[in-house]
Design a protein around this ligand. Structure first.
Ligand code: XLS
Ligand code: NI
Ligand code: NI
Length: 438
């Protein structure tokens, strides 16, 4: 067995709500059944390679702060393999069944595409071995098409066709490895697919290129017999001013316009929803209603900072609302709860990685339990159902069935003379009912 990176920490155990042990779960009990399914199966937690392994706490104003013993060396393939071992040790000890990567988190950039591919192949071969040894699975893979300077104008939406090809080649390889590593899905987050000024941008042409790119990906997926779904991850801004995949509705519109909807679902991220001025539950409803709720990137922002702070999700209202939607739409199949979250710059110790994931996993466990209890209680669902009662019979039912015209509506309105029987929306009551369960 390789050297341990977390020698002082064993496998994190469930100790129950009374426990004061910071390195134990108080609510996440992997095997506990909720609505007939284990917590582990409900949530399908994943640890991310980028923040957890590669994040160093650096920001625009300061150097990295984080103690990360695997971040040593020259950034060689050998170092990357050591880091992979740290990743699997961490993920095993925290008890998450899945992990996620970008190609370039895993292995170093080479001087050419061929060299980058070689690096990636070498580390991914080690990942395969580590997956086998630990039983940890890949939730999704993705290509990092935004860090390198070649992607300054975008990848699939770059003004330069050579860049498009480079990006396609990277996605091709990342898809191959996702398939080889049995990834449950594959993600497209449009890193720099967007623009900063229309003065230099042919937006329609860029969108057409993005549509083309996605069709090429779909074709390649068929060709290699890759099974899991593709996910698009919306985000409205950062790094560009206007990202094309701005929110769930914009992504669905893009997918419909380019005839791609049957091949894609959405991977929704809390902080991205907030940047779009939307709540996570709104985004989930939009995706769910279109049959495209695929997976979630679990994190949260800060109410007072307007950027993607990617904090660990510890807000119980958020996790409850999130799990209410997950349950409403039948649970995850290929997707899961992926912690696209990073510890604060001040939380620089190794233990903080564990503490943060425990906080997030416990918050989701409580959210799941609260959501199940709210559903069992039934008052909220019944309220919503009754609120639409006028649509269940008479003129309402006729309209829903497509059997009424404007003239029929007019006749009905003339007959009743005025609307009576409007009922209160009871928002405050409903909010206090939610509070009963939190
Ligand atoms: C960045 C995104 C990114 C994707 C994967 O804001 O959240 O991390 O999840 O490319
Ligand atoms: Ni994300
Ligand atoms: Ni993000």
């Amino acid at each position: 067995m390789a050297k341990s990176f977390f020698p002082r920490i064993g496998k994190i155990q469930f100790e129950g709500p009374q426990s004061k042990n910071p390195l134990a779960f108080k609510h996440y009990n992997a095997t506990e059944l909720v609505e007939g399914k284990s917590m582990q199966e409900h949530m399908r937690f994943a640890v991310v390679y980028w923040h957890t392994m590669r994040g160093n706490g650096g920001d625009m104003f300061g150097w990295g702060t984080a103690d990360r013993p695997w971040q040593t060396g020259e950034g060689t393939v050998k170092d990357a393999i050591k880091r992979a071992q740290a990743m699997f040790e961490f993920t095993s000890k925290i008890g998450a069944p899945f992990y996620c990567w970008h190609d370039r988190d895993v292995a170093p950039h080479g001087k050419s595409l061929a060299e980058s591919n070689k690096n990636f192949d070498a580390v991914a071969t080690e990942l395969k071995k580590l997956q086998k040894d630990t039983g940890i699975k890949l939730l999704w893979g993705t290509a990092q098409n935004f860090v390198h300077p070649r992607y300054m104008h975008g990848a699939a939406t770059s003004c330069n066709a050579d860049v498009f090809c480079y990006a396609a080649a990277q996605v091709k390889r990342a898809m191959e490895w996702t398939k080889e590593l049995d990834g449950a899905g594959y993600v497209f987050w449009g890193g720099r697919e967007g623009y900063s000024t229309l003065l230099n941008t042919d937006m329609k042409r860029e969108m057409d290129h993005l549509g083309r790119f996605m069709h090429m990906a779909v074709d390649y997926k068929k060709k290699i017999g890759m099974k899991g779904p593709f996910f698009i991850e919306p985000k409205p801004k950062e790094p560009t001013k206007h990202q094309y995949d701005s929110d769930a509705a914009a992504c669905l519109n893009f997918l419909r316009e380019y005839g791609l909807l049957e091949h894609f679902q959405l991977n929704l991220e809390v902080n991205h929803a907030w940047l779009a001025g939307k709540s996570m539950e709104h985004e989930m409803e939009v995706a769910g209603a279109a049959g495209a709720l695929g997976s979630i990137d679990a994190n949260m922002g800060d109410y007072f900072l307007g950027w993607d702070t990617d904090q660990f999700p510890t807000d119980l209202y958020l996790t409850t609302q999130t799990m209410l939607r997950v349950l409403k739409y039948g649970g995850f199949t290929a997707g899961g709860v992926n912690f696209d979250a990073k510890v604060r710059r001040e939380s620089f110790e190794l233990d903080d990685l564990f503490l943060a994931h425990i906080a997030g996993m416990d918050a989701f466990a409580r959210g799941l339990k609260a959501a199940a209890a709210i559903r069992k209680d039934g008052r909220i669902a019944e309220f919503v159902k009754n609120r639409y009662a006028t649509w269940d019979s008479g003129i309402g039912a006729k309209i829903e069935a497509g059997k009424a015209s404007f003239a029929d509506c007019e006749k009905h309105a003339l007959k009743i003379g005025e609307v009576s029987g409007l009922q209160s929306g009871r928002q405050e009551l409903l909010e206090s009912i939610i509070n009963e369960f939190i």
